[in-house]
Design a protein around this ligand. Sequence first.
Ligand code: PAF
Length: 284
Amino acid sequence: MQIIKTKEELRRVVDTCKSGRKTIGLVPTMGALHEGHASLVRRAVSENNVCVVSVFVNPTQFNNKEDLALYPRDLQRDAELLASLGTHFVFAPSPEEMYTAEEVNRTFAFDFGGLDKVMEGKMRPGHFNGVVQVVSRLFYLVRPDRAYFGEKDFQQLAIIRFMVDRSALAGTFGNLRIVGCPIVREASGLALSSRNERLNEEEKATAVAISRTLKDSLNWAKTQTVKEVKKMVTDTINSVEGLETEYYEIVDKTTLLPTDTFDNAIGCVTVYCGKVRLIDNIQY
Ligand code: PAF
């Protein structure tokens, strides 16, 4: 496995793969890798000739400077895991390699057809512009055949699909296919997240109530309305000491707009467990 730090070197490697007609699978990450990322990498390795994993804590998607500073970083540990999974190339650039001083501060404003106006987009203004800014740059650099994203960040996945579909006519990203992969959970049900590293043991045990409540809501949905289920989920999570729901929305999986039926619906939740902001979702 080769660790690449510059765009120049990455371009050379990609050119060699392309001239050898090798398919490329890209897994974009911000490091602090866990079994959820590993599942994406395994899939990318098995479905492509070459697997590229990017490890880059993208400053432009953080609207909270403290969150950016606290984001866990350990390239050596990540590289060991990636090598064991059969990754061919790790792209781990510095912020200066990815952005000019002007770019890192510029507010991009992409049109996501309203997908970014709800839930995470509403709570974290500019977040998805930053995500798409880096992801589109990675797509230009790596020119992947497939790119892999977890369904835990369901809204991010929907927005990236939208961006790629929009550019399809222009052929911007070739025949790139976006592959969504299921959430990976601990045995307790807690959705894996790099942020879990910031939970202490007690908080980790408390946070289990989030996935347990979402799972229970599948049963509630059999007899209750969307409005009632929303209230039950929010009240149940908030009744647990140490948990505070920021939002729980039941939305249409395609438009991400609030829905009043359970057809094609997904429930997305954001919960503060102490100071750590956790997200999870459930498909009805
Ligand atoms: O999901 C993430 O880890 C990030 O948002 C991504 C897609 C790697 C872009 O920085």
